[in-house]
Design a protein around this ligand. Structure first.
Ligand code: SAH
Length: 400
């Protein structure tokens, strides 16, 4: 355990139960924190909060309790149980893939867990959370009765781009009986559609569960329309569109393995999978070619990785979002749709809308926002930590 004493006057955010403690607020430390536990006190030594210690992060502690309780296995089990109960009634039918633990939104800062059918994928976001691994895995088993638990360590919160992460299956009940579990795509369903999550090497925990509600919207308006799915990853948007009656859906992504899984997704659902509908390319270059060829699409989905992973990246990211949106907008036919998304936590909803507006100006096109749609109810955001809201989606209808 490590005791972190705050500088005078730096306790305000902790008193407001904000779960992130930045290293700059700490005056001195006592203890080594090797068990991942941190105790936070004000400058006079009064204990204010306890949580996970992360020596290598700017957020030196993620706070779990503010009432004197020492986090332990029982607390984890309670929090996991509460998370499970809070999802009851919120998931659509025929859906076995969902976010089960959403970090701060479930009062489990630093821990993500997604369920895919019989598998649970834990993502431990900080070094400190890894120290709590045994208790976290027990809580996951008890609350969600997953047959298999895979533990990932992304080390970087909410990135959606390529990121290095170590993954290993966690103590499956009997490794001898089930030698390879956890290293192949795991099947699950979403609104009756079949998908696979590449839980060991895929991005995030293997699938973008946070886009479920946008997939539903796309499916509902896709009938008879053509769909261009940019940054498609494993093509989940296209599956929803084709199942909804789209005449054609084209996936564009730079990753070959992602496009392979996109083909499998279509086949598993009995949907057309013509070779020319999977384009391995840089989206920016692909869009320039399509603009030059004066293509027209009924619906375009633009859901890139986080261009701004750090605050210093915001200006460059804004240019990237503007560029990709300008090009995409030029391809949407009047009356058509653009679903444009940003999952960069550092780019707020207002800024994103301004970027998209300036892209429309440059594209010489007029769009109206018909809906704003972020992550679904299985991605709760704590009022104490609004930073947890990262996904912004704008449904734009082209008017002229
Ligand atoms: N829309 C996807 C998730 C996107 S994740 C879904 O709903 O499942 C971001 C994807 O963008 C990744 O698959 C990554 O391979 C791809 N990518 C990142 N930069 C790219 C680029 N410049 N051109 C094409 N694909 C890119």
């Amino acid at each position: 355990m490590i005791r972190l004493r705050l500088k005078p006057g730096r306790e305000t955010s902790v008193l407001r139960r904000h779960p992130w403690l930045f290293s700059g607020a700490v005056a001195d430390r006592e203890g080594d924190g090797s068990d991942g536990h941190a105790e936070v006190s004000d400058s006079r030594g009064r204990v204010l909060a306890r949580g996970i210690y992360s020596p290598d992060s700017q957020i030196i502690a993620r706070l779990w309790t503010f009432d004197g309780r020492v986090p332990d296995g029982a607390l984890l089990a309670e929090r996991f149980d509460a998370a499970r109960r809070s999802r009851e009634g919120f998931l659509p039918p025929n859906t076995t893939g969902f976010r089960a633990i959403n970090s701060e939104g479930d009062l489990c800062p630093g821990v993500l867990m997604d369920i895919y059918g019989e598998a649970a994928v834990l993502d431990l976001l900080t070094g400190g959370a890894e120290r709590w691994e045994a208790d976290i895995v027990s809580a996951a088993r008890a609350s969600f009765s997953a047959r298999e638990i895979v533990v990932r360590r992304s080390g970087q919160e909410r990135d959606r781009g390529d990121r290095g992460s170590e993954t290993r299956p966690h103590g499956a009940p009997s490794p001898e009986e089930e030698p390879d579990r956890g290293i192949r795509p795991v099947p699950f369903t979403e609104n009756g559609l079949k998908f696979f999550a590449d839980v060991s090497s895929g991005q995030k925990t293997g699938f973008f569960l946070d886009q479920r509600d946008n997939r539903v919207r796309l499916g509902a308006l896709a009938s008879g329309r053509t769909v261009l799915n940019l940054f498609s990853y494993t093509g989940a948007f296209s599956v929803a569109a084709l199942a909804g009656g789209a005449v054609r859906a084209v996936d564009v992504d730079s990753s070959g393995p992602a496009l392979d899984l996109a083909r499998d997704h279509r086949r598993a659902n009995g949907l057309p999978a013509a070779e020319e509908d999977f384009v391995r390319a840089d989206v920016f270059e692909d869009l320039r070619r399509r603009v030059e060829a004066r293509e027209n699409w009924d619906v375009i989905v633009c859901d890139p990785p986080a261009f701004a992973r750090r605050r210093v990246d915001v200006a460059g990211a804004a240019r990237g979002y503007k560029d990709v949106n300008r090009l995409a907008m030029m391809l949407v036919r009047p009356g058509g749709w653009l679903l444009t998304c940003s999952c960069s936590g550092h780019i707020g909803a207002d800024l994103f809308q301004k970027i998209v507006f300036s892209a429309a100006v440059d594209a010489g096109a007029s769009f109206s926002i018909a809906a704003r749609q972020g992550a679904g109810a299985d991605h709760p955001v704590s009022l104490d930590c609004p930073e947890g809201e990262y996904l912004k989606g704008l449904w734009l209808c082209r008017r002229s």
